[in-house]
Design a protein around this ligand. Structure first.
Ligand code: UFG
Length: 345
């Protein structure tokens, strides 16, 4: 019997890639998405890759009745919870919307899980909880820093809510995966990242610029204390990230205890500067990227990259794909959605 896994935000960027891997690993993904930051075309992409149409509920994680219906209709083994807002800048302007979606949404989901006896939860957290770490690479034991945005705060609060629920004696086995910087797309280019409006994140901005949709990229600051002066991040291919979720579910299944909470970094362990990311893109695509060196972006941390040992020990997972792989796949995806450059690479 296939195990049903509820994927909230299953039509989103990471959720859709996880859905593919769940299917490939023999799980039955059940999707819930309100399509506020996802497009219905993602479902076509999923069908193209897997040949399957997965049950997909259009609705909100705040909708108790809908959650009740899903949990009563399908015997759900575990939940992977992505459904959340994720734009740092927008969260500063609309904090209540972020707290409602990300915090109340999680509480509503946990209540529904508890009342239907569903114990396994993978929570989508972020390396943003570390702020600018005092030591690198950053381990899971590093102190959390005060969040510098409501978005970041919702990830910290989310982890605490789950941990407190576990401590209270509820039957809940959960791992918060702290993602570093997910980039890239499925190698088939049938699914990928679909940012709404002007992208905030580096790689969609790079690919849109290369496709001629943006004039040029601004590199936010070149006076940081890094080898070339630009910020350092741990860019992880979204397919590697997707694998980590499947491994996490498999790990939760092996746990003897009914009450469990842990946090695990999901990164490559390698840091790359913004200029190195641009060079990687130019190398794999053969395209020259127009960019200028600009001012620092307020709120950016200087450098952060993961200590990846815990994921290896606990989840038997490590990243296999490179920055070049991710840039190549992100570019294929951009070409597919913009249709602006069909030249072979
Ligand atoms: N950058 C540019 N120009 C751009 C966009 C980004 O130079 O147009 C730089 C940023 O300054 C940063 C790097 O590229 O140095 C990566 O920026 P991203 O916006 O892609 O990613 P961030 O690391 O800033 O943010 C990501 C997630 C957030 C999360 C954060 C946690 O997008 O959701 O990591 O550290 F909160």
């Amino acid at each position: 019997m296939q195990k049903n896994i509820l994927v909230t935000g299953g039509a989103g960027y990471i959720g859709s890639h996880v859905t593919v891997r769940l299917h490939e690993e023999g799980f039955q993904p059940i999707l819930l998405d309100n399509f506020s930051n996802a497009n219905k075309s993602v479902l076509e992409g999923l069908k193209k890759i897997t040949g399957k149409v997965f049950p997909c509920y259009e609705g909100d994680v705040l909708d108790e009745a809908l959650l009740g219906k899903i949990f009563s209709t399908h015997q759900i083994q575990g939940v992977i919870h992505f459904a959340a807002k994720k734009a740092v800048g927008e969260s500063v302007e609309k904090p209540l919307s972020y707290y409602k979606n990300n915090v109340s949404g999680l509480i509503t989901l946990l209540e529904a899980m508890m009342s239907h006896g569903v114990a396994q939860l993978v929570f989508s957290s972020s390396c943003t909880v570390y702020g600018q770490p005092d030591e690198l690479p950053v381990t899971e034991g590093s102190p959390k820093k005060p969040a510098n945005s409501p978005y970041g705060n919702t990830k910290q609060i989310g982890e605490e809510i789950i941990e407190d629920t576990v401590k209270s004696g509820q039957r809940l086995q959960s791992i918060a995966l702290r993602y570093f910087n997910p980039i890239g797309a499925h190698p088939s280019a049938a699914i990928g990242e679909l940012p709404l409006g002007t992208p905030n994140n580096l790689v969609p901005f790079i690919t849109q610029t290369a496709a001629g949709l943006r004039k040029e990229l601004t590199v936010f600051g070149n006076d940081y204390h890094t080898p070339d002066g630009t910020c350092i991040r741990d860019y992880i291919h979204v397919m590697d990230l997707a694998d980590a979720h499947v491994q996490c579910l498999k790990h939760l299944e092996t746990l003897a205890e009914n009450h469990h909470f842990d946090v695990i970094n999901v990164g490559t362990g390698n840091g790359s500067t913004v200029l190195e990311a641009i060079q990687s893109f130019e190398k794999v695509t053969g395209k020259k990227l127009p960019y200028t060196l600009g001012l620092r972006r307020p709120g950016d941390v200087e450098k952060v990259y993961a200590a990846a040992e815990k994921a290896k020990e606990v989840l038997h997972w490590q990243a296999h794909l490179t920055l070049d792989d991710a840039m190549r796949d992100a570019w294929h995806w951009q070409q597919k959605i913009s249709g602006s450059d069909k030249s072979p690479m």
